[in-house]
Design a protein around this ligand. Sequence first.
Ligand code: DX5
Ligand code: ZN
Length: 240
Amino acid sequence: MDRELGSGYLLAPSILSADFARLGEEVERVVEAGCDVIHVDVMDNHYVPNLTIGPLVCAAIRPHTRAILDIHLMVRPVDALVPLFARAGADIISIHPEASDHPDRTLALIREEGCRAGLALNPATPLACLDHVMDRLDLILVMSVNPGFGGQPFIPSAFEKIAEVRRRIERHRERTGRDIRLEVDGGIKPDNIRAVADAGADIFVAGSAIFGAADADGGYRGVAGRMRSALMAEAEWRAA
Ligand code: DX5
Ligand code: ZN
């Protein structure tokens, strides 16, 4: 399954913070509330100290939405799971370079399976991991928390990393004419999303901020609206 990544800012709720007893309904509700991408955090209690879901859950939510299914694989080894998630309806599959013995081969495998390929960079992962795979990438996922859990605070050092990745993406675009999306993941809230956009991000993962707002003022529509307003304000500011 492969849906266009389009352009412009995209909100990507992470289902890690959703009500898993009503997951299909939750996915429908956040998309109705104005979110664009469903971020699916896959953890194996080996690469990260937590255990979440497998391809079955991706297949279960696929019929509930036409939104992009953005699979974040925090698993090692990773290659065997790529075709299973692709066949379960994934649109994007992101891997961590530390989780593959041959990242170039794994990224090529993701595309061979018909998905967009992403590389996820932990806070301590050097950007040198990008040096020889930019042509393999449709998305770069900058982690602004250490992977494994929702609800963690945003790590401020991510701002400079986001800006450097943005510079590399722009240089790549000038050289090849091809865009690469810049997704940031972890600790994103209505009050910091504009700064994350200013640094260079264009896809914003938010788990606890969105799903934690189920019964807060305005619910999912309210928090998605606050995030969009902050982003639009930033866009107007840039246009000024
Ligand atoms: C962490 C995951 C993130 C996390 C985001 O390992 O990759 O996607 O669920 O959750 P919040 O937005 O609550 O930090
Ligand atoms: Zn994630």
